[in-house]
Design a protein around this ligand. Structure first.
Ligand code: HEM
Length: 160
């Protein structure tokens, strides 16, 4: 592989990495905004942060970033299946974080359906979904912190 090809590859990796981090940041911010803790603890009173206390603003931004997350994940899965299956190996940390993100997607999509009056989900199931979504958020943040501290990667490249 020549220098130019290598350069493009590493640029794409950096873009995807920051896009993913930015998406998770805004999903966490707007998700907590929904609860709504920023109003309660007066963080929304800081000039410029008033929108964090607006339920529908944070909800729709949450939806927008959820769509972006689904796009990023679909891209990475397709890229892996088509071109990288032999050249990279997913680590245990990668499998754990991948499963947590998958759980967030599934519970998130079910919560979107629940937000439409016709969903017909039982009240107990709705509480279960909220608790699962929130627990998975906590696990993802902890796993992210653990991987930063202990330098755990999602995958490593296999020498061929
Ligand atoms: C890294 C990914 C995500 C994070 C960190 C995150 C974070 C959160 C948090 C903290 C809440 C508040 C939980 C509560 O009120 O108990 C929430 C709620 C919610 N999330 Fe997510 N979320 C993520 C992904 C998604 C995805 C992918 C979707 C949709 C496809 C989604 C849809 C929702 C919905 C519908 C709610 C409930 C809003 C409401 O009715 O008040 N989330 N999220």
């Amino acid at each position: 592989m020549d220098f130019k090809e290598n350069h493009i590859k590493s640029n794409r990796k950096t873009i995807m990495r920051y896009l993913y981090l930015m998406t998770v940041f805004f999903l966490t911010l707007t998700g907590f905004g929904n609860m709504p803790i920023f109003k309660r603890y007066y963080i929304a009173d800081i000039p410029g942060l008033g929108w964090l206390a607006e339920y529908y603003v944070t909800l729709y931004i949450h939806y927008l970033f959820a769509i972006l997350l689904i796009g990023i994940i679909s891209y990475l899965i397709i890229e892996y299946l088509l071109t990288k299956r032999k050249s990279i190996k997913i680590t245990l940390s990668g499998y754990i974080r991948g499963s947590v993100v998958a759980g967030l997607l599934i519970t998130g999509i079910l919560l979107v359906i629940r937000n439409h009056e016709v969903s017909g989900f039982a009240p107990g199931f709705i509480i279960f979904l909220y608790l699962c979504h929130l627990t998975l958020v906590m696990v993802l943040l902890m796993a992210g912190l653990h991987s930063v501290i202990f330098k755990k990667k999602w995958y490593f490249e296999v020498k061929q």
